[in-house]
Design a protein around this ligand. Structure first.
Ligand code: LFR
Length: 440
């Protein structure tokens, strides 16, 4: 695998709320594709994945505004509006999703005026597919994060949409990973210096990542660890029990018809937002590996906070919120940057271990190994402390699981990759041997 481009994703606070710089992202996509065609003119296909739940509304070929960031505060009103119509219990029966205040249905409930004039809703990866091909579709794994996909039939729940006052015309045709979406528009192909069909993949980044977890799914749990820590197991069928709902576990759609039964833990957002705050207030540039080395050397007791507490969701002063949480719960408050970093790692490891245990109990899968993929797999302290706190071995890597899972689904559609999911995962393990952390 060769990386030919990378670009930043920096949301922007506007008077209207926290929004995505969509056109900057599209420029990054185009620059990357142009470079890809330069180094490999015979590209067979293009696959797109991104984070979930966020979308743009369209009328014809016009976007109605700039997409909101799921961390924008406006969703609180949407939650109330939706739950007035349908209780969380009933929603869970229909869509199988954990409660997250930013699930697309809550966001759409804040947009009544706009949805009335829209004729399509496109989630972020589908939006890029449309920009590149002109085709408007909804890839099914990501559609499963909207709250508007029926967890049993895997079709749009138009009855629920109608109940919530959403026009059913805005929900595009669903496609599955592996299906061709369309060719590049001629004007786009000309600018990029090449052409290839856009093929649907697990367009939800977590769906792609889980494809590339080198696990034996009947005895392992995974943690897809980047901004979020998505902690769970893969099942053949959704788990819709009262216990699953009470533990706020989600049933998201996986590639190859599997279910991603998992829980969102706050993830490395806690650390990156802490570093952002320190850099903003001190003007210094903070070196992450050096910080983590100092954190590993902290010997005294550090406070452990609830990494799942929603107070940590919005952007802003993260070290301040952590200190406040720990003080309010009678725990030691970190004094140095190293202690803060250690407290974050310990709290994440604790939340990860707890979610793994619950995932195993709720699904009946005996967890013998925990696989950590994504950026967090490089964080040795986090991997070791997760193994220690769970009392289960961690296997770390690959770091680029999302990109690998995206490529595997494309490769299978193009006929380069053979075999079933288990064999693909064996191939991932052989190409990117995981690093093992035994529990202390
Ligand atoms: C990870 C992720 C999670 C989703 C969150 C918001 O990048 O896609 O799976 O819950 O971002 O979209």
């Amino acid at each position: 695998m060769e990386t030919v481009g990378r670009f930043l994703n920096e949301p922007i606070q506007t008077p209207g709320g926290l929004q995505w710089d969509l056109m900057a992202l599209y420029r990054g996509v185009r620059d990357g594709l142009r470079e890809a065609f330069r180094v490999a003119p015979d590209i067979a296909s293009i696959g797109i994945d991104s984070w979930a739940v966020d979308y743009a509304l369209l009328r014809g070929d016009r976007m109605l505004g700039t997409p909101f960031h799921y961390r924008d505060e406006r969703t609180a009103a949407g939650v109330e509006a939706v739950h007035d119509v349908e209780s969380f219990e009933e929603l869970y029966r229909r869509n199988g999703l954990q409660f997250l205040p930013f699930n697309t249905l809550y966001q759409l409930a804040c947009e009544q005026g706009v949805t009335d004039t829209a004729d399509a809703m496109l989630l972020v990866p589908d939006l890029f597919a449309w920009l590149l091909t002109g085709e408007k579709v909804a890839e099914r794994t990501n559609a499963s994060t909207t709250g508007l996909l029926d967890v049993t039939t895997k079709e749009w729940d138009l009855e629920l949409a109608e109940k919530l006052g959403l026009p059913t015309r805005i929900f595009p045709k669903l496609v599955d990973p592996g299906e061709t979406i369309g060719d590049l528009l001629p004007s786009v192909a000309k600018e990029l210096g090449g052409s290839a069909p856009v093929v649907a993949v697990g367009s939800h980044d977590t769906a792609s990542a889980v494809v590339a977890v080198p696990m034996k799914a009947d005895r392992a749990a995974y943690i897809s660890c980047g901004t979020w820590g998505l902690v769970g197991v893969e099942t053949r069928e959704p788990v819709l029990t009262d216990a699953a709902r009470e533990h706020n576990f989600t049933n998201e759609g996986g590639a190859f018809g599997r279910t991603r039964f998992l829980h969102n833990v706050m993830g490395l957002w806690l650390l990156s937002e802490t570093i952002r705050e320190w850099e903003r207030t001190s003007g210094e540039k903070i070196d992450l590996p050096a910080l983590l080395a100092e954190a590993a050397a902290v010997s005294g007791e550090v406070g452990v906070f609830d990494a799942n507490d929603p107070v940590f969701m919005p952007p802003g002063d993260m070290p301040g919120r952590i200190a406040e949480w720990l003080a309010a719960h009678g725990q030691p408050v970190p004094q140095t940057r190293a202690e803060f970093a250690r407290s974050i790692v310990e709290s994440l490891a604790e939340a990860f271990a707890g979610a793994v245990r619950t995932a195993g109990e709720l699904s009946g899968i005996p967890v013998e190994t925990i696989h950590i993929v994504g950026g967090g797999s490089l964080n040795e302290l986090l991997c070791q402390r997760t193994a220690d706190r769970a009392g289960v071995a961690v296997e770390a890597g690959p770091v680029e699981a999302t990109a690998i899972g995206n490529l595997l689904v494309q490769g299978r559609a193009a006929g380069f990759v053979e075999g079933e999911l288990d064999e693909m995962r064996e191939a991932v393990a052989a190409a990117f041997p995981p690093k093992r952390y035994a529990p202390a």
